[in-house]
Design a protein around this ligand. Structure first.
Ligand SMILES: [Zn+2]
Length: 167
């Protein structure tokens, strides 16, 4: 931390990030005002916290499209982060379970996901989430069970849903 940044910190302000180009600072200002949400762990914060950087000849610069969740490290497109945050629970649940049931189970960070699901959403909202799971399960169960590799994940998944699932 430079002396100048110490002054910011002492006043309780965020120190200015170093090595940002002028354009990056503009992006930072606009991204700080926009909320994003991670599909896989429900981490929710300003878009800027998801920013990634590309190495260029003259140093690094913010990637406009590809972001990364600071908590579960999943790579997520900027537009997806914004869309997820703005979705209704019904829309979110449909997207989430589509992705899980088509082979992206491994991406889900279940512990933070379930704790945030409880913290951010009331009982009725959570029921919408699990109702969507039920309808996906009815459609997809056969396909999932027929693949050996998925058996273990499926068992974990069932154990998990018995604990946290619909009452
Ligand atoms: Zn995440």
């Amino acid at each position: 931390m430079s002396r100048r940044q110490h002054v910011f910190a002492a006043e309780g302000l965020e120190p200015e990030p170093r090595e940002l180009t002028e354009k990056d600072r503009e992006i930072m200002t606009s991204w700080i005002a926009i909320q994003g949400q991670c599909l896989w762990c429900l981490y929710t914060d300003s878009l800027w916290t998801f920013a990634t950087f590309i190495q260029k000849k003259k140093g690094r610069t913010v990637s406009l499209n590809m972001c990364q969740c600071p908590e579960c490290n999943s790579k997520i497109r900027r537009n997806t982060l914004i869309k997820i945050h703005n979705m209704t629970m019904k829309e979110f649940a449909a997207k989430f379970w589509d992705r899980v049931f088509t082979g992206e189970y491994e991406k889900v960070a279940w512990d933070p996901f379930t704790s945030r699901l409880k913290r951010y959403f009331d009982y009725n909202q959570r029921q919408i989430f699990w109702d969507e799971w039920r309808s996906h399960k009815e459609l997809s169960l056969g396909g999932w069970e027929s693949e050996d590799d998925d058996d273990e994940a499926y068992e974990d998944y069932m154990a998990y849903t018995e604990e946290e699932g619909p009452q």
